[in-house]
Design a protein. Sequence first.
Length: 264
Amino acid sequence: MSLRRLALTAAAFTAAALTGGAALAQSQPYEQIRPAADGWTVDLGVGALYSKDSGGDTGSETRVVPWVSANYRDVVYLNAIDGLGWNAVKTDSFRAGLQLRPRFSPEDIEGLDLDRPDFGADVAAYAFQRLPGNIVVGGRVSRDVTDVSEGTEYYASVGHQRVTPIGLMNVSVYARGGDAKLADAYYGVSAEEAARNGIAPYSPGSGLQGAGASLFLLVPLNDKWGAGALVNYERRLGDVADSPLSEEDDTIRTGVFFARRFGG
């Protein structure tokens, strides 16, 4: 998960504090404290995020990140993380649907002249089931449809959400993998790139690419405003971790966010 994606994810969780648990852009069926809005809602927010090793190198970065999202009755939704989504199947404890997801181009790596992938889009199918104890398990499969990588990614997660004395807390662990086309587009080194940069060519294969854990704390300030904080740790795995473009395998991110809801 890139710095930009984590920032957007955190902002989505913060906006979710306003609705009492409709987190993760309406794709995961956590218990809702309040019913879904009867109509459209729009969330606007801003946050500050710190990340160590944000783009494959060994640096760190702090950014101010805006957020905007829209949702119609937890059926159709639009935001910068999940893109355009549709809960084709929606029950109290199960959700499945389709997404047209953005895939952001990776950051440049200082000191290297690389042909980095452009901004692209994936089509994804997902399914998530809530278990007793407000534990949600599930995942998605997504494939590039913009000829950026022509790769396929697999993602699975287990999360738990509950109300604490200071706010709504979500803890989750996740793993992601993909095919060789996806890994090569983002972590491979072609012969031409190797010659330009004085490094060895590298062609990663398919398999597990990363795993991590996140903790989000959401505090509704009133019916329209919410605040949030996050901590995330992720480790690159497999051929992705062995790439010469992955100088560090561990990434740590923290941030704080505020959001306001309109409508609903």
